[in-house]
Design a protein around this ligand. Structure first.
Ligand code: ATR
Length: 262
């Protein structure tokens, strides 16, 4: 999607992927700095560890404690978190007023963290449910300490979902469930997927994960992770180039490439 955007705007840049092992992260970042790249993205599992190699962090990235986009300003590396921006933009484009909606977020890893920190303080209720409840609790404490915001945390089970979903407007899957195995999903009772619920799955490998399929068949509004992938990319593009990202071109490049194969 980035190369399509560079082509569209006639910008002489190229976006290339590199596989970097954990032990090589420092050298890889120093290499990128010294060859003078304009910027780069960082993904799992480096989003937190890279922070110590950067000169500056944008405010949101600092609160989240994780970076997915780096801008190289004449050798000085600045870190941003466009996952959070991408999630918010995706919700906005789907006419979800985040400040008025109750959210239930599944997961307590990096992606869940970015979304929780991006939501406005006015959201009436935010609940984090995670397979490992101690991680959800630790995210809850961090949100309270850094934002002074009260959220709920608990274990992800069929029972907790049945208890929480009736008062939820937007259910977000921010776990890796459905990423590798198409049929993998959560133990959700069909009755809990009421028509007024919006289900947003950030997994982008397939345009429709099993969770989204179940939700769609139950009449819920569904939002695919491909939208968040697009919007985090568009935000990164704008940070690097200071040009408006050509969303239409980027979206069709993503769909053409078939994110399924990544
Ligand atoms: P990311 O940065 O993409 O969020 P991560 O930090 O590895 O990746 O987090 C993965 C999330 O998916 C975690 O919340 C994890 O739950 P645990 O904290 O219990 O490990 C969740 N997850 C992964 N596999 C899962 C599964 N089979 N069922 C439920 N949750 C799962």
């Amino acid at each position: 999607m980035h190369n399509a955007a560079f082509d569209e705007l006639g910008i002489d840049c190229i976006y290339v992927p590199f596989r970097v092992l954990s032990d090589d992260l420092e050298d890889a970042v120093e290499g990128l700095r010294s060859v003078g790249v304009l910027g780069f993205n960082v993904t799992v599992p480096h989003k937190t560890r890279i922070v110590r190699q950067l000169e500056r962090l944008d405010g949101l990235a600092k609160r989240i404690g994780a970076v997915n986009t780096v801008l190289n300003r004449k050798g000085s590396l600045v870190g941003y978190n466009t996952d959070a921006i991408g999630a918010l933009q995706t919700l906005k484009e789907n006419h979800i007023t985040t400040g008025d909606c109750s959210f239930t977020i599944l997961g307590a890893g990096g992606a869940a963290r970015a979304i929780v920190f991006a939501l406005p303080k006015t959201s009436p209720k935010i609940t984090i449910l995670n397979r490992t409840p101690t991680k959800a609790e630790s995210l809850r404490r961090d949100v309270k300490r850094k934002l002074g915001m009260e959220i709920e945390a608990g274990r992800l089970t069929k029972r907790t979902l049945s208890r929480i979903l009736p008062s939820t407007d937007v259910l977000v899957n921010a776990t890796t469930v459905g990423m590798k195995d198409d049929s993998q999903t959560f133990p959700i009772d069909k009755a809990d997927l009421r028509r007024t619920l919006t289900v947003f799955d950030i997994v982008y490998r397939h345009s429709e994960t099993e969770l989204l399929r179940k939700a769609r068949l139950s009449g819920c509004k569904t939002i695919s992770g491909i939208e968040m992938l697009l919007h985090q990319g568009a935000a990164a593009f704008e940070i690097w180039t200071e040009r408006k990202a050509p969303l239409k071109v980027m979206r069709s490049a993503l769909l053409r490439a078939g994110v399924r194969s990544t």
